[in-house]
Design a protein around this ligand. Sequence first.
Ligand code: XMP
Ligand code: MG
Length: 179
Amino acid sequence: MNQDVKEILISEEKIQSKVKELGKLLSDEYANTLPLCVGILKGAAPFMADLTRAMSIPLEMDFMAVSSYGASTKSSGVVRILKDLDSSVEGRDVLIMEDIIDTGLTLSYLIELLKGRNAKSVKVVTLLNKPARRKVDLVPDYCGYEIPDEFVIGYGLDYGELYRNLPYIGILKEEVYSS
Ligand code: XMP
Ligand code: MG
């Protein structure tokens, strides 16, 4: 285990079996639709890489990178698009892939944005869900695990850009934040 990690919340084995289960489910749900899978950079990269490989149907992949605006406008949920999609979503079944839904502000903005571009459908699959911190009414269509209100790292999630490559979801030691 990484020396900065206090506790493993979800093991590599648990993540991988959940990803396989979600992959099977999504293969049924999106059979014959050629979904456009949209990964939200950077956190969703490991999840998307594993999940799409667990899907046994034809699909396309694209990516967006977003960042929240400063604290003053955060409650509006407006996000800044750092990298937009390469492809058009018009008439497409879009499946957004996220690492974690926290307040829900980022995703609710993106869902409306893609619907406004005339996607046929926009759904969300997230590995983790922290419903305790929700600020908008957003329920993921597909979810791996609900977790308590703890800051987590690993499997795409970072603290100061580190730990994204850990194969499990962990909780950091307090001393890592305070040093
Ligand atoms: P919302 O808009 O749902 O944003 O608040 C979700 C984004 O917030 C980040 N986030 C976390 N990142 N550990 C992290 O490393 C966490 O526990 C955590 N909670 C939220 C993350 O970037 C996510 O996409
Ligand atoms: Mg982050």
